[in-house]
Design a protein around this ligand. Sequence first.
Ligand SMILES: [Zn+2]
Length: 183
Amino acid sequence: MRPDDVSQVVVSHLHSDHVGWNLKKEKLGWRPFFPKARYSVARLDWEHFHKTAAEPNRAYLKETTTPLLELGIVDLLEGEKALTPEVTAIPAPGHTPGHMALAVVSGRERGLVLADALHVPPQVEHNDWQELGDVDPALAVRTRRKLLEQAEREKALVAVSHFTPDNLGHVKNTGGRMTWQPL
Ligand SMILES: [Zn+2]
């Protein structure tokens, strides 16, 4: 697969470690790394992060994200949105205001891309454990609980950004105890 084979990029949220491949710099300025793609970002995240774009710790946005708007290739999503017949972006707020997960359907199989709704595997059992970067910790707990219950109920294949090297797995409920079962 080449960059111009990609038609849709979904940015789960606007932290610096999730936006690095949006753009590349060329002589005439910033160009999309995936030249034929639309980029989807939650409007809540766009507004939250761009309010503070002038702060030094948000300077990375000017080189990774902000030009997407000028290039006219970003869709600012509000609420749940079907991106294709198989892939739906679903609000998963708490880590950031507009943090998004993806629900994937393929035949009878289900997938969930949970991005940063969790950071370490013990949070599958201890879903009230907080990550220091969660902007709204109480909301993050409610979102985490809801998504884990959905993953367990649907027997979904789950992807979590920071569970390296076991990013893919299933959520199992064994006698009321939720655990992470890596592939
Ligand atoms: Zn994050």
